[in-house]
Ligand binder design. Structure first.
Ligand SMILES: Nc1nc2c(ncn2[C@@H]2O[C@H](COP(=O)(O)OP(=O)(O)OP(=O)(O)O)[C@@H](O)[C@H]2O)c(=O)[nH]1
Length: 565
């Protein structure tokens, strides 16, 4: 039997198809397959796809938290001396009925029955701003209404754009400078508002703080702002809801003192305390301390919530007991929470000894056994040395006639954190140690290795050209010297002994000069040449941040953000 020949590859149909394809002449195999046959179908398809997109945008947020949600972070940002600390103090006073003497770290308060807020003051330096942008849920952008916009505001907005944009609200301060000129006040408010909504988004909220009395903003204005903050809906950023991170409320260096004495730059053991946000943190996970590097955790423990929400939710408002404040780095209340203890700090000037004039020995003899406890306290009042010092001095004789063994055991490393004063000294030491390495506090940590600055705090001069740097040294050249940035122009203005970078919203050099209030021809020439060359202040800033985040984000499985400042 003769073998049946194989069928030719590509049947009748295939041939037809190829013929059709050839007919089109546009090189595609079937150009009609992916186009709509009728306009009606096309319309339906289009509306379906847009509906899908909208559904994605409005997908309900998954609440992954099983317990009380962590406090939301309200970051107060603004140029130097704009009133950040004053605003935080006023808001904390409104919520907790206590005023912190200093703003030295995050302050957590119970704002309402269901909301806790952590206030953080944003540092002015670039690295501090980058760190702060990572964890802010709401940003209060403080603007000096009397002076106008400053570069710090726009730098921070640029940083936010890279890190995911949280809710932003503007607050105008120093408006009491227009007290006697209502017309000018109205005009300034209008101008700043329109500029603010143009820069953030249309209809961005702007609050006005019209005055300050006894060093505090007006009560009713703070009340309105506080109410607005406590009811504001804050949409969490998607990256943050899927990654664990901790904003550190308090940190403690528990490195044995002898190790530090031997080598001041030895590896340190540091305890970090803070609310866990975002997602669950695995015990074996490595943590990334923003700006410092990746580290392994030795221990991870859950502690009792130091600032819990009220239990009962039936009542309308909060009573005085429920207005809890947790501010361990702000010298408030004298409380300090540790892993296994709570320390109450009693300043020396508040301690009142009840020592009587009678001699202690005489009293013991006359009162007998009933007052043993009281007598012990009285004896302690007369103590001059601490337990550490006594232990170090003590000697134990083991064998008769043998020399005593000294009691110099390693207790000094642990106890110094208990006392508030000593703690401050130790922290001060650490900072100085860090500054030896290349800068101060968080500035060093943020910059080291991340953005290629080798631990140096970038100064304005690094962004300016040499000529500009020279001119900024010269006081006489400061006033009104307009600089151009990527998108904004700014001029250096000397105001009450400090140099401020005022943003000028003008397209050409001349307008900019008018805004800065200079008329001289010489200045005109330099500033216009600067403007045409376009010193890339903002561009450089953005590129630096982009390079920072692109090299960094891959490693950010879990971040620990230090409050800088
Ligand atoms: N007249 C007036 N003074 C204000 C206003 N806001 C703040 N101040 C004053 O400005 C000074 C600086 O205020 P701070 O709250 O320390 O400003 P800051 O932004 O925290 O300052 P730094 O932390 O040093 O950057 C204080 O003396 C305040 O009383 C305001 O609206 N009007």
């Amino acid at each position: 039997m003769a073998a049946k020949p194989h069928r030719k590859k590509g049947g009748k149909k295939g041939g037809k198809k190829s013929a059709k394809g050839g007919k089109g002449g546009d090189g595609r195999r079937n150009p009609k397959a992916f186009i709509h046959q009728s306009s009606r179908k096309a319309r339906i398809q289009q509306s379906r796809s847009s509906e899908k997109e909208q559904r994605k945008l409005h997908a309900p947020l998954l609440d992954r938290s099983t317990d009380e949600p962590p406090p939301q972070v309200v970051l107060v940002q603004g140029p130097p001396k704009v009133g950040k600390s004053t605003l935080i103090k006023c808001l904390v006073r409104h919520y907790a009925r206590q005023t912190p003497p200093v703003v030295g770290g995050p302050i957590t308060v119970v704002a309402s029955k269901k909301r806790r807020i952590t206030f953080v003051e944003c540092p002015h330096d670039l690295n501090g701003m980058i760190d702060a942008a990572k964890f802010a849920d709401l940003v209060l952008l403080l603007i000096d209404g009397n002076f106008g916009f400053e570069m710090e505001t726009f730098e921070f907005l640029n940083i936010l754009q890279v890190h995911g944009f949280p809710k932003v609200m503007g607050v105008l301060t120093h408006l009491d400078a227009f007290q006697n000129d209502a017309k000018k006040l109205r005009k300034t408010k209008k101008q700043l508002k329109s500029r603010f909504s143009a820069e953030i988004y249309e209809g961005a909220k702007l609050f006005y703080l019209n005055g300050i009395r006894y060093g505090k903003y007006l009560h009713h204005e703070i009340r309105n702002l506080a109410r607005f903050i406590s009811v504001m809906k804050l949409r969490p950023l998607s990256w943050r809801t899927t990654h664990p991170y901790v904003v550190v409320d308090r940190f403690e260096d528990v490195t044995p003192q002898e190790n530090v004495n031997e080598d001041a730059k030895c590896g340190r053991d540091v305890l970090l305390y803070g609310f866990l946000r975002g997602y669950n943190l695995r015990r074996e996970a490595r943590v990334h301390v923003a700006g410092v590097g990746d580290f392994s955790m030795e221990e991870l423990d859950g502690l009792i919530d130091p600032c819990p929400l009220p239990d009962t939710i039936k009542k309308r408002g909060l009573n005085e007991k429920e207005r809890i404040i947790y501010a361990p780095m702000n010298d408030i209340g004298g409380f300090m929470y540790d892993k296994d203890a709570v320390y109450v700090d009693i300043p020396d000037w508040k301690v009142q000894y009840s020592k009587s004039n009678r001699s202690i020995a005489g009293e013991v003899g006359s009162q007998g056994q009933d007052r043993v406890g009281e007598d012990m306290v009285r004896v302690l009042q007369g103590t001059q040395k601490t337990v550490d010092e006594k232990l170090n001095e003590s000697r134990v004789q083991v064998f008769k006639g043998g020399s005593g063994l000294s009691g110099e055991i390693e207790t000094s490393g642990k106890l110094h954190f208990v006392n508030g004063d000593n703690r401050n000294i130790e922290q001060g030491k650490d900072e100085s140690d860090l500054s030896e390495e290349g800068g101060e506090g968080s500035e060093v940590s943020s910059s080291s290795g991340d953005d290629g600055t080798d631990g140096k705090q970038p100064s304005d001069k690094e962004f300016l050209s040499d000529d500009e740097a020279d001119s900024s040294d010269d006081d006489s050249g400061l006033d009104g010297a307009a600089e151009a940035s990527g998108s904004q122009q700014f001029c250096l203005v000397k105001d009450s002994g400090r140099v401020r970078r005022k943003v000028v919203f003008a397209n050409n050099g001349r307008d900019a000069e008018q805004d800065c209030g200079t008329q001289s021809n010489e200045d005109d020439e330099t500033s216009s040449s600067d403007a045409s060359e376009g010193v890339p202040f903002c561009l450089m800033l953005v590129s630096r941040i982009l390079s920072f985040s692109s090299s960094h984000k891959m490693a950010l499985n879990s971040i620990v953000c230090f409050e800088a400042g």
